[in-house]
Design a protein around this ligand. Structure first.
Ligand SMILES: CC(C)(COP(=O)(O)OP(=O)(O)OC[C@H]1O[C@@H](n2cnc3c(N)ncnc32)[C@H](O)[C@@H]1OP(=O)(O)O)[C@@H](O)C(=O)NCCC(=O)NCCS
Length: 135
């Protein structure tokens, strides 16, 4: 198994290196849209196995007091190798000066995030506009 390289930002990444993500989404964004959302995020950490992106985490932030982590994913075949944990650790280090760092997750992932130092804070609320994924 090759060594994983972690990188902040998307410089040098192509859409072609972003295949296989958004597993289980009703209409997965294309690799091109994926690259676009990475570029538009306030902060990004990607995990690379050679030229291939195998995991990523994004943050949207005002960079004054708060940040939100909307997306974290590791390709199915690369899960369970510590990549997801390392992505979150690196993102949390990047955001260490902020007061609020929030994310929403399913109940089964609570122990994963608790191991990384997060705690339960209130209830997540949201909207899922499937039409937006068809654009
Ligand atoms: C969650 C996710 C990013 C973790 O990435 P990873 O590289 O496998 O994480 P790590 O190897 O660092 O940690 C693995 C641990 O995460 C926990 N875990 C991961 N997914 C889990 C799930 N669906 N339910 C419960 N625990 C889970 C397990 O405890 C696992 O430990 P194990 O390997 O001993 O079984 C990855 O499973 C993934 O991409 N899932 C689909 C997308 C997703 O759910 N993203 C999070 C949105 S909030």
């Amino acid at each position: 198994m090759t060594e994983i390289e972690y990188r902040e930002g998307v410089d040098g990444l192509s859409a072609d290196s972003l295949r296989g993500f958004f597993v289980g989404w009703p209409t997965p964004p294309s690799p091109e849209r994926h690259l676009e959302l990475l570029r538009s995020s306030s902060h990004v950490v990607v995990a690379l196995d050679g030229p291939r992106v195998v995991g990523f985490v994004t943050a949207i932030s005002d960079d004054v007091v708060s940040a939100y982590l909307p997306l974290l994913e590791v390709l199915p075949e690369d899960q369970g190798r510590g990549i997801g944990s390392e992505l979150v650790r690196r993102m949390l280090r990047r955001l260490a000066d902020l007061y609020v760092v929030d994310l929403a997750c399913d109940e089964d992932l609570v122990p994963f995030y608790e191991r990384l130092g997060l705690m339960r804070v209130g209830v997540a609320m949201g909207i899922r506009n499937r039409e937006a994924l068809r654009r």
